[in-house]
Design a protein around this ligand. Structure first.
Ligand code: DOR
Length: 442
């Protein structure tokens, strides 16, 4: 019987390395990885010289639907995702209204069905009001877990005190994703931003101690409650050290770093990009950047997420600090990381671990993250030698800009399949939205 798809003679990557193989797919699932010279398929692709990766999984995006669809929506965000090789995403709950109830989760999942090019799941936002229900909410269909904002950022989600945070951690058992900045310190220091009125003040307002204090509080409570936690977008050397120490003490903590924090640094980014480089937690100086890179090589970070947080250029043009925080990044996540391979900093194996296998293992995503028999055929084929300069015309996000404009990046997908269906060819969307709700092994 014919397969639906055979990708022939590709260099197939995993966290263990690569092998030259044919990959055969039927019914959206990978059936064989090996030498299949006599097998036939309805769609055959000669991939000699190309790399085949599992579709990347971005565990932190803000697709703005419902409520702020002028910045992004599930369709446009997922279009940007697959064009960059991201075949699954976890969407954050700071939409409008915020995703804090079963109804809001269902509403998002209903909107996503039939409109997403990539597979999807949604975080439920923690509040003082829903803390007692989170154990039930986190188990709803299409939910990837609970998200906590310890410091306020875009939107009004906030769990600022330890008593409420402990209540949140004691209700439920899945890994809780946390934005760790200390709200009372942020409030106290806000005048710094108002007085300086320049985006280069952002890392001074939301300083190292703002992040460190919150991370310390979180780790203490994680240790006390035994609840697994996931620290989002770590931005300081100090937090990386805390995480490494907590891991050594067997605290169940995992951590994320973003490409922005690995690639950009202050003051250069604020001089070049102004408020476009403004995000929470902030991009800091090159000392922190180097420390984050070193921590990444030491295995402190389990995943890299984009924190895709689109705002329009008009919104970003407001005078700082009225300008909103956040940068788009889902489309440049994989090329951005692969570029760090060409720089000799990361290996392709590490990239596969950080954006494919790591996310799948950490969150227990069923059938994702590997090019292996029995796994879903979410696949990315790319020519490692083909570079493209990031230009506005190729960006699918509704916000229409990228902090990496003008950069020559290698690692753009030439073909992307979602559950065996071709959705991207030569940098263009060619298929229908066929993303499905992610399922989890709990
Ligand atoms: O810079 C940020 N932007 N950090 C966040 O935590 C939220 C995000 C957004 O939604 O705009």
């Amino acid at each position: 019987m014919r397969y639906d798809l055979i990708i022939r003679d590709a260099e197939v990557w995993s966290s263990a390395g690569s092998l030259r193989a044919d990959v055969a797919v039927r019914g959206g699932v990978i059936e064989e990885v090996g030498s299949l010279p006599t097998a036939r398929a309805w769609e055959e692709v000669d991939a000699a010289g190309a790399w085949l990766l599992p579709g990347a999984i971005d565990t932190q995006v803000h697709f703005r639907e419902p409520g702020n669809e002028h910045k992004e929506d599930l369709e446009s965000g997922s279009r940007a995702a697959v064009l960059g090789g991201v075949t699954a995403f976890f969407d954050m709950p700071n939409t409008s209204p915020a995703t804090t109830s079963a109804e809001a989760l269902e509403h998002k999942a209903r909107r996503a069905a039939g409109r997403c090019y990539a597979h999807f799941a949604f975080y439920v936002g923690a509040t003082a009001e829903n803390a007692a229900q989170l154990g039930d909410l986190e188990l709803r269909p299409a939910c990837c877990g609970v998200k906590v904002f310890m410091g306020s950022s875009t939107g009004d989600l906030l769990v600022e005190d330890d008593a409420t945070l402990e209540l949140v951690l004691r209700n439920g058992r899945r890994r809780v994703a946390v934005h760790a900045e200390d709200e009372s310190r942020l409030r106290e220091r806000r005048p710094i931003a108002e007085e300086r009125a320049d985006p280069s003040a952002h890392p001074e307002w939301r300083d190292v101690d703002s992040a460190l204090l919150a991370t310390r509080r979180l780790l203490r409570l994680a240790e006390r409650t035994g609840r697994p936690v996931h620290l989002l977008h770590v931005s300081t050397a100090d937090e990386a050290r805390l995480v490494a120490e907590a891991k050594a003490r067997k605290v169940d903590v995992t951590a994320e770093v973003t490409p922005q924090h690995l690639i950009l640094y202050a003051p250069d980014c604020y001089e070049r990009l102004g408020t476009l480089a403004q995000m929470n937690p902030p991009i800091r100086d090159s000392w922190h950047q180097s420390a984050l890179r070193a921590a990444l090589l030491d295995g402190v970070f389990d995943v890299v997420g984009s924190d895709h947080a689109p705002h329009t250029l008009e919104e970003k043009a407001r005078p700082y600090p009225k300008s909103p925080s956040g940068m788009p990044g889902v489309q440049t996540l994989l090329p951005g990381l692969l570029n760090l391979c060409w720089e000799g900093f990361l290996s392709p194996q590490q990239v596969v671990r950080l954006v494919c296998e790591g996310p799948a293992d950490l969150f227990g995503i069923r059938g994702k993250g590997r090019v292996a028999p029995g796994f879903d055929a979410d696949l990315v084929l790319l020519d490692p030698n083909e570079g493209r300069v990031v230009e506005r015309s190729m960006l699918a996000s509704k916000c229409g800009w990228s902090p990496f404009e003008g950069e020559l990046l290698f690692g753009w997908p030439s073909l992307v399949w979602v559950k065996g269906r071709r959705v991207v060819a030569e940098g263009k969307i060619v298929g229908e939205p066929c993303g499905e709700a992610l399922e989890f092994d709990l």
